[in-house]
Design a binder for this molecule. Sequence first.
Ligand SMILES: Cc1cc2nc3c(=O)[nH]c(=O)nc-3n(C[C@H](O)[C@H](O)[C@H](O)COP(=O)(O)OP(=O)(O)OC[C@H]3O[C@@H](n4cnc5c(N)ncnc54)[C@H](O)[C@@H]3O)c2cc1C
Length: 724
Amino acid sequence: MKKLILLLVLLTLALLFFALGGHEWLTLEALKRHQAEFAALRGQAPWLTAAGFFLLYVLVAALSLPGAAIMTLAAGALFGLWQGLVLVSFASSLGATLAMLVARFLLRDQVQQRFGDRLKAVNDGIARDGAFYLFTLRLVPVFPFFLINLLMGLTPFPARRFYWVSQLGMLPGTLVYVNAGTQLAALDSLGGILSPALWLSFALLGIFPLLARSLVRLMQRRRVYQGWQKPRHFDCNLVVIGAGAAGLVSAYIAATVRARVTLIEAGKMGGDCLNTGCVPSKALIRSARLAHQMRHADRYGLCATQPEFSFKRVMARVQEVIQKVAPHDSVERYTALGVEVLQGHGRLLDPWTVEVDLNDGGRRRLTARSVIIAAGAEPLVPELPGLEEVGYLTSDTLWQALAERDSPPRRLLVLGGGPIGCELAQALARLGSEVTLVQRNPRLMPKEDQEVSDLVKESLTRDGIAVLTGHQPLRLEQDDRGKQLVVRHHDREVALEFDDLLVALGRRPRLTGYGLEQLGIDTEQRLETNDYLETLYPNIYAAGDVAGGYQFTHTAAHMAWYASVNALFGQFKRFKVDYSVIPWCTFVDPEVARVGLSEAEARDRGIACEVTRFGLDDLDRAIADGADHGFIKVLTVPGKDRILGVTIVGEHAGELLAEYVLAMRHHLGLNKLLATIHIYPTLSEANKYAAGEWKKAHAPQRLLAWLARYHGWRRGGKQPQGPL
Ligand SMILES: Cc1cc2nc3c(=O)[nH]c(=O)nc-3n(C[C@H](O)[C@H](O)[C@H](O)COP(=O)(O)OP(=O)(O)OC[C@H]3O[C@@H](n4cnc5c(N)ncnc54)[C@H](O)[C@@H]3O)c2cc1C
């Protein structure tokens, strides 16, 4: 309502301006005709004339009316160069700021909401370099000022900064025009004010801040290297520290483009994913799932049976799986690809030199033009009193610690209800552990929507896990009864007994012990990088878990492409890492897979969206497989066929999601998905049905009513009388 009133007031003022012939007054001819009258007025009441002129100027600029240039000339003619300059400089800046604020009030929210995430890059750019852009645009009078006011109003650029940058930027142009106004009698046209030489000067002035900024950046880049002696020759083009997903892919790309690359790994080739992360956890989950299916075989018409197995054998299979995958990441494979692999601990001595303490003794020192840090992350261990005394497992130590046991932990306490905690808790529960899962947050997997957390909790509870959400761990104790974790819940302390404790509270980037501190690189949270994955030193890049953000194997590999290509070819072209379509999956049963926004994220970020759901209980193949639970939830831009995000909860959700990832990555909408043939009966048909639900909700109801009439007429002219 307020917006409507303001719009009406503005329209009325603009109409009045034209109705009263304001536009006829603001021409060069009219100015010349009335110059003597204006001068007389000023002679009688100089301050009043100046104040009236100032107010009129502000109004013309604020309402984006034509005539500001003429008024600037008038200022020169009436008040002389300096007084005219002061009046116009302040009035034009004030008017422009008001115009910007009006545009902001009327339009910004709608525009930001409508374009949502697509404006993120613009908003980020404005936050970072907005003053530069504005200054440049103001300096070069070729850009219509009212358009600049309007466009800046749609961005989050602060109003105060807008005012002073505008005033500074417009000053040279204002000076030229006010000065021309002092010679009004000699002026034939507005075009005559700006000679080609003056235009060129303005253009150069406009480019100047951009050049200056590039220069400042170049100097900043150089400054970090002060005090370091850059080698004149390098042993290799690239040194990569860490041979997990990020390091392996970086080295692979470098070798493929024939760069000389050295890959350094202190532990096992393949890093976390192969040795202690994705691969062993998925192998364990497979055995656990089979045990679960045997227990519930009656659901498939077979006799339910209690699986008999040796836990040691299950853990041995986990190692066999690792061994089977290991050749993909092995020293032999990478050496054959042309990578020099050094097994040892790498440490940066300066921005170009890495020293390696080789595992089999000895030391190597290498220089490289660029370095990629791919050192990964390690389990986050909280500072809980008693933790070290009682002892604990993490995803790093679990595989070795349980490998020799004949049976799984009898009473397992899992601390942490994120993806790793939930996956391992369910797997070990299905293999016979009595599991208690403690989560401080009120719900499991809090990055997902509430309904997803609820479904996961339901599923874990069905597997016999005691899920304690909203429980704050306080301390660990050990007495005759055994080990206990004391937690607080609703102001009450509860002691939870256990035999083994698994700490699964997330993973912290590995930042210390290899020279970052000595180079002055911040080692507090994660390895900070810019959009090109450069660290503080532009020749040192970071990729994978060490740089935080999305801690997945596929994102580590994705980042590795950007880091290695920028490291090797950045002098020609640098690529900004693209995090726009990142999928992930948590392999609990039922799986939870997501790409793009969740409903809660869209709500929190004020992004309007339409939600379409399809329940898997309606899918033929899911029913046949006894997997008829879960859903697909698709978020789209209201009224548009553009996917914002998808969440799938169900069997093989991680596989099903791939189609949506492709669609989002290549800007395909649900219509395209609907027009694609899916094999019957498969789980992937669910994707098509979800698209069908969206289509149904957008069916052209009026057209369908007309079609019903048409068919009625074709049947003999009768109108439809209700359902057949
Ligand atoms: C239990 C668990 C399950 C997971 N499941 C999945 C999953 O299903 N899907 C998924 O996408 N992700 C999963 N992840 C996450 C995934 O494992 C990681 O995101 C991925 O391994 C990150 O790769 P990276 O290359 O960044 O780091 P890492 O794999 O950790 O590799 C870093 C390597 O650097 C080495 N290193 C460190 N410092 C030095 C040094 N100074 N000198 C020499 N070498 C050094 C380390 O020894 C290590 O081998 C899981 C993680 C865990 C713990």
